[in-house]
Design a protein around this ligand. Structure first.
Ligand code: TXA
Ligand code: MG
Length: 353
């Protein structure tokens, strides 16, 4: 497949992007970098091409896709004039890691929306993604470019691990700068519903909205009532490594560190291969250990998370332990992914004080 190695557009990768645009127009699938994770793109108006995305990923057909656009003219093709509140969010956060769910026009194939009366739209902030959409001159339906259920890809090599031989090409833009997927919102009346938290937080949105606007994080509710998901994607196990992942959350990181070190000691008695995803030092006894930044700098956690989970798979790790972070405005996207990757195996260690 085509390879464009740098986020900057030079003569060589401009040609690769043009070739990739032609492949998309011919109904093929091309993986491309965005600032969040790699996407697996197809012409959003080609039902067969979009159906091929579901097949390549092994994705359940009732989980709708995000359509990626490069300008507001493409938005008009997908939806009607957005509500004022949605427009304010787009003005402030587009291009960027925000997806907005809007009423869908009849021209959009139902395979994209899984038959819903809404379409999720995002204008990515990545030079290659934008150049590709422009080269194809098409809105691109693109889920994360991983096999369904696996950690999302934040490097071209992750895409290749999962989809080699199944897609026409991969544009390589290096590691994704954000590392977890976009914040997905739906606007109804004067309320913003967060369907999937991401690195754009409640307080960042609140700052640009009028004081009478309510912002509700639906994702935390959905985790409790998994039988009635508001966003179809919320009901499936996601982002999961092969090993058993367990998350320990403590305000005092020395407590979660000690708990992880003890668990690793016990595993080693049973000959298990272990991994520690840490916010502090310690857990030197792990087979594989990685530091994911600090509670004050959760951007680093997001940047490394999926790569660390995939590294665990490559190293055949049996038991993975992660230091989680306490609930905050900045942590909800990361904790949402960790909770899902762990299949809910999250333990709070000092919640009583
Ligand atoms: O950052 C991202 O959003 C990445 C990059 C490639 O842009 N894309 C991504 O796509 O994460 P995907 O397919 O892995 O996740 C799309 C999410 C799913 O949770 C899906 O259920 C939700 O968006 N979604 C899509 N259309 C929707 C709709 N009409 N209503 C509610 N939720 C929707
Ligand atoms: Mg995904």
């Amino acid at each position: 497949g085509a390879l464009a190695r740098h986020a900057e557009i030079n003569a060589q990768n401009a040609r690769m992007i043009r070739d990739a645009g032609a492949l998309l127009n011919a109904g093929q699938l091309v993986a491309f970098p965005t600032e969040t994770v790699y996407g697996l793109g197809a012409n959003a108006f080609d039902s067969d091409a979009v159906a091929a995305i579901f097949k390549a990923k092994g994705r359940p057909s009732d989980n709708p896709l995000i359509v990626h656009i490069a300008d507001y003219e493409m938005l008009d093709v997908l939806t009607f004039t957005p509500p004022a509140l949605a427009q304010t969010l787009m003005e402030h956060f587009w291009p960027g890691p925000l997806t907005v769910v809007l009423p869908v026009r009849a021209a959009v194939p139902s395979v994209v929306t899984a038959g819903l009366d809404t379409v999720a739209v995002r204008m990515p902030d990545h030079a290659i993604a934008r150049a590709l959409i422009r080269a194809a001159n098409l809105p691109l339906a693109a889920p994360s470019a991983n096999r369904s259920g696996k950690p999302s890809p934040t490097r071209a090599s992750h895409v290749a691990e999962d989809l080699n031989g199944k897609i026409a090409g991969i544009l390589d833009g290096g590691p994704c700068t954000i590392g977890i997927e976009s914040t997905v919102v739906r606007v109804l009346d004067q309320t913003v519903h967060i369907l999937r938290p991401g690195m754009i937080s409640v307080s960042q949105m609140a700052r640009v909205l009028a004081p009478d606007v309510t912002i509700v994080d639906e994702s935390t509710r959905v985790l409790q009532t998994i039988t009635a998901p508001r966003s179809p994607g919320q009901k499936y196990r996601h982002y999961a490594p092969q090993g058993d992942l367990q998350v320990f959350v403590a305000k005092d990181l020395a407590i979660s560190r000690a708990r992880i070190e003890k668990a690793i000691e016990e595993d080693q008695v049973h000959g298990k291969r272990t991994a520690a995803l840490m916010l502090t030092d310690g857990a030197e006894n792990a087979t594989y250990r990685v530091e994911l930044g600090s509670p004050d700098h959760l951007e680093t956690y997001a940047f490394h998370l999926y790569d660390a989970l995939r590294a665990c798979d490559r190293l055949s790790i049996d038991c993975i332990y992660a230091q989680g972070v306490t609930h905050s405005d900045r942590s909800s996207g990361i904790m949402n992914r960790l909770i899902k990757a762990a299949g809910g195996r999250v333990e709070e260690l000092d919640s009583d004080d």
